[in-house]
Design a protein around this ligand. Structure first.
Ligand code: SF4
Length: 311
């Protein structure tokens, strides 16, 4: 049985991060062509009931409700959070903190294992360059969120997931000060090509010059080759329990680098954990060995870079 599910509960994000698949879709206007979908409580109940009935997940499974989209945009989020508590499920959430959910509708946050606030720097200039939000609103929303969820019994791990770009390294100390003030952790990680063609183009040396020029001013690359030199060490660091990745439409995705456009099956066609395992096993074959590097690079978000700043 699976102990963890990664999934989206909505099919939109309101940010315009240049190096992210969803951000690119927003920037190009492609996302406007896709009708909005907010998973409601009936749809979530159908999913959970199926997963539990067929013992695909454990009764206390951890639902990480983020993959490609922003969960707070879904107006049904409070009901979904309450439902998880009532069914004994655990919750982990990532948010860009641009929007606040209706906390008055949330009964308890005792089942929250974690919340992470994804930040592209710590100043309006960095926000203009990546997310596109008002920075003061984001800070205020983080304060409010932490205060509200703590009042409702939150005892989990809360932290800022600070995306390091070349232009925002000098803002890290201010972020640390803010994190200390709010009483949460700061985790700094290198920003990268998130689900875009960039990973493979970089590795295959086929990246168009304009993109390479831009990326060379924004991203860090020096550590990428190092990741493969000590695979055993990084395999250990990146180890995580087997999980299922689902789209907001309850389709099984090959992994967290995919969205519903890459769906391989409906979870409702699966009637045991073994069937899901076999499906994932069948997807492993035939991978280009060069893409091993992509895997390590993508997992590098787990590596804390705080030591670079002595914090
Ligand atoms: S990186 Fe996160 S916040 Fe930015 S567009 Fe992608 S999903 Fe949205």
């Amino acid at each position: 049985m699976y102990t963890e599910v990664y999934m989206d509960i909505v099919n939109k994000c309101n940010a315009r991060c240049f190096y992210c698949k969803t951000g690119q879709s927003n920037l190009s206007g492609y996302s406007k062509k896709i009708p909005r979908y907010d998973m409601d409580i009936e749809a979530f109940d159908r999913l959970v009931s199926h997963l539990l009935h067929y013992q695909i997940i454990t009764p206390d499974c951890l639902f990480r409700i983020y993959n490609w989209y922003e969960p707070t945009l879904n107006p049904h989020l409070p009901e979904i959070i309450n439902y998880m508590y009532d069914r004994g499920l655990r919750l982990d959430m990532s948010t860009n903190a641009s929007v606040l959910p209706d906390f008055s509708k949330i009964h308890t946050c005792k089942h929250y294992e974690g919340i992470l606030f994804s930040m592209p720097g710590f100043g309006q200039k960095s926000y203009d360059r990546i997310h596109g939000f008002d920075f003061e609103t984001v800070k205020s929303n983080i304060r409010t969120t932490m205060s509200e969820i703590r009042q409702k019994g939150f005892k989990g791990d809360a932290y800022i997931n600070y995306h390091l770009y070349q232009f925002n390294t000098d803002e890290v100390y201010a972020a640390k000060e803010f994190a200390d003030e709010v009483g949460i952790r700061l985790h700094t990680m290198f920003a990268y090509f998130n689900g875009t063609r960039g990973f493979s183009e970089y590795i295959n040396e086929t990246m168009p010059v304009e993109m390479m020029t831009r990326a060379s001013k924004d991203l860090f690359f020096y550590f990428v080759d190092e990741l493969l030199k000590d695979k055993e060490k990084y395999d250990e660091i990146f180890k995580e329990p087997p999980s299922i990745t689902l789209s907001e439409f309850c389709n099984i995705l090959p992994g967290r680098g995919s969205n519903d456009e890459d769906a391989v099956a409906s979870i409702f066609d699966m009637h045991s954990a073994k069937e899901v395992e076999e499906l994932y096993e069948s997807l492993k074959g035939g991978r280009d060995p060069r893409f091993e590097r992509v895997h390590y690079w993508a997992m590098s978000y787990k590596l804390p870079m705080n030591h670079l700043f002595g914090i």
